[in-house]
Design a protein. Structure first.
Length: 155
């Protein structure tokens, strides 16, 4: 049975690093929106332009993920999944396809996120975008950490 792996956490938490490791270990298709956005639109997008690009790219990535899951391929969605509602929606989509799901949560303290993002902003790796302290503050306030029951794999 194929498994949908959801990467959950704020920017700088290490989601993509973990997703890359899981991609190798689980023979999975990894879908990271920022990498696609950077390739399609460049890395110097303003925050509003980046926000504008995200939904269509994630939508296309889900279409690809859906096909891969139907073919029995494990898929990693490196979307962040900041709310329980979004996590539950994608887990239900996976279940409807006969796939299992796992949530991989990277719980990093606010100060550590700030330090990591400052280092990343100084020399952004390909496929990443700058994140300001103001953005991180706003996102910290709306992020819903997963409850214990969400961390259990579903089949």
């Amino acid at each position: 049975m194929a498994t949908l792996l959801l990467m959950c956490g704020l920017p700088g938490s290490g989601k993509t690093t973990l997703a890359r490791r899981l991609e190798r270990e689980r023979d999975a298709l990894r879908l990271t929106p920022d990498e696609w956005i950077a390739r399609l639109f460049g890395q110097s997008l303003t925050p509003p332009a980046l926000d504008w690009c995200r939904d269509p790219v994630e939508s296309v990535q889900w279409d690809l993920a859906e096909r891969a899951l139907r073919l029995g391929v494990n898929v990693i969605l490196d979307f962040g999944f900041w709310s329980r509602a979004e996590r539950e929606e994608f887990r239900a989509r996976a279940a409807a396809l006969g796939a299992g799901s796992e949530l991989h949560f990277l719980d990093v303290p606010r100060g550590e996120l700030s330090a990591r993002l400052a280092a990343r902003n100084a020399e952004p790796p390909p496929g990443t975008f700058n994140v300001s302290e103001t953005q991180l503050d706003a996102w910290w306030k709306v992020f819903e950490p997963p409850a214990e029951d969400e961390l259990l794999p579903r089949s």
